[in-house]
Design a protein around this ligand. Sequence first.
Ligand code: DSN
Length: 418
Amino acid sequence: MRHDSVREADPAVADALEGEIERQRSTLQLIAAENHVSEAVLDAQSSVLTNKYAEGYPGARYYGGCEHADEVEQLAIDRAKELYGAEHVNVQPHSGTQANQAVYYAMLEPGDKILSLDLEHGGHLSHGHPANFAGQLYEVEQYEVDPETGYLDYEGLHAHAEEYQPDVIVAGYSAYPREVEWERIRAAADAADALMVADMAHITGLVAGGAHPSPVGIADFVTGSTHKTIRAGRGGMVMCDEEYADDLDTAVFPGGQGGPLMHNIAGKAVGFHEALQPEFEEYAEQTVANAKAMGEHLQEHGFELVSGGTDNHLVLVDLRPSHPDTSGGDAEEALEEAGLVLNGNTVPGETRSPFDPSGIRVGTPAITTRGFGEDESRTVAHLIARVVDAVAEGTEDEVVPDVRETVENLCAEHPIYE
Ligand code: DSN
């Protein structure tokens, strides 16, 4: 994969692009929110639709020349409906955060009340963190996972909802390794007469592939990003019942965005088409099987996993019991040097800081796309353990180069973007 025209016009950018391709080829992406899209999605996203303004929606645009933009957006919508069984889909949000923003803007007034999971317990900035617009425009209280089990405390959430009487309960998480029981959150929302928003950004692909129960038909709004487990390229989307369709669409455009990124919507259409193929179910199941295998191997090595394991595409490791003097940031840095790219992550009951947290989050969407099965996932877990041990023991100089070589061999056995 080369960027000849970019190289001719702008060698500095071409160098960076080719460097990034080489980085993705020769290292393992274990950030739970990342994936490798197909070359078809890449091509669609870099298509001439980047030139087109198409404010409005298919069949009702504010500019001429939108017939092909209409075709592409309608395909994306129809395919998302088929994948998820949703009544109404808006594929224009530029990201998962913009998808959440659109729902809040459609349904809430400033000062209305949100109840959402604490960021340190696996939530997301856009669910009401004080540093985010959602925490500044709305009144926010947060629920937590059970400190003993690491599972969502559904009963605590229910009681909290009854007492706080929020306008919206946000479900759906960025670092929660367990299956979400959507119905129990629906019950809490009903008890408070609140709307339920399920932000399934991380698990859009698992839901599409049948590897995680769907919140569609349970939550009032289902939001998500399209570049994570679903592999449909960068962007966001929102699904809801027809009764909210007009409010939602108006909140996306003209409420919160201008012209849709039609080239990204083309990527979404192609990615959704790929996700409708039978082999996508195998991908979703394998992603979960790989995370389980990786988690079990890490546990055998003495690592403690938040909630004791995983039901989805990620494991969250609390380093404190096994490696009390090694922070998530230290581990992230050494692992990256070894070609294992992941992120330090806060854990429930965090005692360090978000900038240098106590955990690491390890995800399997991207390695599964490159063809890794459970054996390779166990090997990756073994390599992670070697590097984290080396950080604790001060033997990184010997261990990291050795692990890096093994990672490069694994990458060569499972090539991408050839
Ligand atoms: N940044 C994403 C993640 O890593 O989970 C969420 O938006």
